[in-house]
Design a protein around this ligand. Structure first.
Ligand code: SPV
Ligand code: MG
Length: 285
């Protein structure tokens, strides 16, 4: 049987680009699978927001892992877990790898910022970790996993922090030398220009992952042609839910009843099916 870790590895190496969608909970993961995505992203932004918290490194490793396990259990898709900076120092990152791998998660992603990190789209405070220290953490992560299929993605925030292209490339090569399985290059520009420039220099040394939140006009086809292996839509399901919930709740509050929203929201039957009622009842009461 192919493991989820092996499937994630295959997604990063196959010729076609892989499309991965963020899910903050198990139900969302089911919708992600039904919509035909290739994998699931357990986003620190989404997990934090779901608890009413900003994405500034407040959730503990145990909290993130517990959520990731629920999300992972809900589908057959491989899960890539956003593990921020590794929840502390080098030893914390090592323990993160051990715990996530043991829990059956397919792979983890660590970013080269200082703990506690701030979400990449928050203004200011984007502090980069020392590049050699982060490379040593990636090396430790690759060493400590018990199976070679478990994926360690190294994410550089050099462009987010305004450190420039040369620094982004220097870091990416250091992390590749240290044993990363894939490289996530993040940008907050409104076009894909700097990502394309990065890819031109990188020459497919390792699979590249991108998160095109701020440059949505860059299609998966454009990304594939430029040399991207995986695109992550990190937060769209949560943002869609916020808009839909706000609209419906406002309507109910203003109208003083639910009759006008019934036709636009999911039916109870829909949710029963999404939660597998038939299978569960098949076990008997
Ligand atoms: C996340 O989804 O938590 C990410 C991507 O890390 S971003 O929000 O763009 O930093
Ligand atoms: Mg994150």
């Amino acid at each position: 049987m192919t493991t989820k870790a092996a499937r994630l590895r295959e997604l990063l190496h196959r010729p076609q680009i892989a499309r991965v969608m963020g899910a903050r909970d198990a139900l969302t993961a089911r919708l992600v699978a039904d919509a035909g995505f290739d994998g699931v992203w357990a986003s620190s932004f989404e997990l934090s927001a779901s608890r009413g918290l900003p994405d500034v490194g407040l959730l503990t490793m145990a909290e993130c892992l517990s959520e990731a396990v629920h999300i992972d259990d809900a589908t057959a898709l491989p899960l890539l877990a956003d593990c921020d900076t590794g929840f502390g120092g080098r030893a914390n990152l090592v323990r993160t790898v051990q715990q996530y791998e043991r829990a059956g998660i397919a792979g983890v992603c660590f970013e080269d910022k200082v703990f506690p990190k701030r979400n990449s789209f928050l203004e200011g405070g984007q502090l980069l970790e020392d590049a050699h220290e982060f490379a040593a953490r990636i090396e430790a992560a690759a060493q400590v996993r018990s199976h070679g299929d478990f994926t360690v993605v190294a994410r550089t925030e050099a462009l987010i922090a305004g450190a420039g292209m040369a620094e982004a490339l220097r870091r990416a090569h250091l992390y590749a030398d240290a044993g990363a399985d894939a490289l996530l290059i993040h940008s907050k520009r409104s076009d894909a220009g700097e990502i394309e420039e990065f890819l031109g220099h990188w020459r497919r040394r390792l699979p590249v992952v991108v998160v095109p939140t701020t440059y949505p006009d860059w299609s998966p086809a454009d990304a594939a042609e430029a040399g991207v292996s995986m695109v992550i839509y990190a937060n769209h399901a949560l943002r869609a839910a916020v808009s839909a919930m706000r609209e419906v709740l406002t309507e109910i509050s203003l109208r003083g009843g639910t009759s006008t929203v019934e036709s636009s929201i999911a039916s109870m039957k829909d949710v029963f099916e999404l939660t597998g009622v038939a299978q569960w009842e098949g076990w008997g009461g």
